[in-house]
Design a binder for this molecule. Sequence first.
Ligand code: CMP
Length: 692
Amino acid sequence: ALFQRGPDATLRMILRKPSHERTSEELELVFEELVHIAALSHLSTSIKRELSSIFVFEAHAQAGTILFNQGDEGRSWYILLKGSVDVVIHGKGTVATLKTGDDFGKLALINDAPRAATIVLKENNCHLLRVDKEHFNRILRDVEANTLRLQEHGKDVLVLERVAKQRGQHSAFKYTVMSGTPAKMLEHLLETRLGQSVGGMDPFLDDFLLTHIVFMPVVQLVDELANYFHCDTHEDAQTPEDREYIVNFKKRVIQFMQKWVMAVRHAAFEEPSVCDFIEDLAAEVEADPDLNEETSIVHNVLTQMARYQEDRNQNAGQKWKLPPNGQPICLFSGNATPSKTVIRPDDDIIFRVYCADHTYCTLRFPMHTTAELIKACAADKLQLNRGPEDLCLVEVKSNGERSVFKDNDVSIPTGLSLNGRLFVSVKDHLDALTQLQEQECPTEGVDIDLEILSTKELAYHITLFEWDLFYAVHEYELLYHTFGRHHFGKITANLDVFLRRFNEVQYWIVTELVSTPSLSKRVGLVRKFIKLAAYCKEYQNLNAFFAVVMGLSNMAVSRLQQTWEKIPSKFRKIFQEFEALIDPSRNHRAYRVFVGKLQPPLIPFMPLLLKDMTFAHEGNKTSLDGLVNFEKMHMMAQTMRTIRFCRSRSLGLEPPSPKSEGEVRSYISSFRVIDNQRVLTAMSQKVEPTRK
Ligand code: CMP
């Protein structure tokens, strides 16, 4: 009854009284009415009784009255008893109309954020119930409905859910984004999520910055930002409030830029449209006295951009080599400093492409060249005389396994397995492709007597080397890798090289052991490798630690009974502890607990991070009913943040006393490796035949 006619005179009278003047009979009357309000139906009886005493009645005679403005501080929550209101957003106009029984205004209260929209009465004579912030916080904050759906033009555009906030913050819950349209999520960020968090970034902002490339390409993001920034150019008559609002918006775009660059570093500058936008922004800030305080932020961003561009020009067209017989990419060519070891999309790479008869051609292409182009060029050079649609580019692994590249895939050569080779083949003849003989032999590397090298020095230089490889990997490469490079046209070369390194170390251990015929030397080697694992663990290089221990647990090594029998029990015990640490059961629980206690700098076990990414990707849809599933983005961003955490402090290891530094460094930069398990097992059989 309450909401068809509006409350009768008696009720209105009661609801206008201050709460302490309401008698128990009066409260009972109010309570009986509250039972019929849809917006309250999820609340318990006792809460409705409490609300009976604090609801305030408001009546407004005039359509067009503004209840509150977008950007205002939130003071109350409202329920519409009679009439209707428009939800109006700057630059968009009316996005929704709320009617009798609807509620609004709790977003700002729960998130302690500015109002996300202006509320304008649509009809004369509207009736509302109001709960002020202090009561809302006391009675409703923790029991309010868990999901909040914001609509525009009848469609959901943002779905929020209450989650417990992290400890140390004053109230227990906050709305977090579960899904939304890209544009609305960005608006929500700019309107309510900037400049609030003390100490660190709002996790939603950080998640958005790390993952937006999945659902909102850079070009679109810059476009939207430019629109926000220039929202004043089409309005001629500006009231002072409008002006203030517009200035605020410009400030937020600048803050956003700053956080963006902070979160993704040089990757923000890779797109020319972003650099243009930053330059425009800088010019406008310079010219606008209202944005005086922002000039230093903009300068800082400009400086970083200039540094990036200079670095890129200096190192333009770096050349990497993928030697035909083996080793990854020669990363320390010339006097390159570590910061220059980042492989860029337009760096060249030299590699071979074979065809079925094992003849080959040598090609040189930028890293971002598509498989299609490589295929066409190789076919031409090898005189295959077939159209591109009949051909495919394929990797043949050392065990003969084949995997075909998609035409629009990029960073092909770095994506090969250790002893894999690229082939161009007629599609119908794929089955006839065989691996080269040389693929079963060790890759190129320094041949040295390992015995004479200090184990600690080995671990130290392995860690320095891998730290540089790890440092060159960008968080985005994890996304490219997980969703497929071809979706983005972006290279994953730095990640590829780092992952190859993992396999290289693992198979190096196996190769060394099965190619050592002397039993006593093998025993010495196993002891050395166990010590090596211990030093890697001590240096917090868990990637190498895993690789070494996995190498030692490889079937071809673990079957060497005579060798293991001669290993002192002290070493065997240490090795068992290491094996327990790499045990994959319960989702690698042992490792996760261990690594969870470490402080940076550390090199994580990379394959597990990729597994987490893939798990999040395959277990969750990217889009839900046309909205971006932001929960998934959050999961992925968590993993990406792990990488950031690991290298948040620079590596400052105490160097061991150098004995043969130069030799160790060249030795560890490329190992001699066989990566064919069948060959390794056969060699193992040869050094220690199975006892009958
Ligand atoms: P709040 O931000 O506190 O104030 C404005 C209110 O408008 C907001 O809470 C929501 O309750 C309501 N609203 C309804 N639809 C939308 C929408 N599409 N965008 C923003 N706010 C909306």
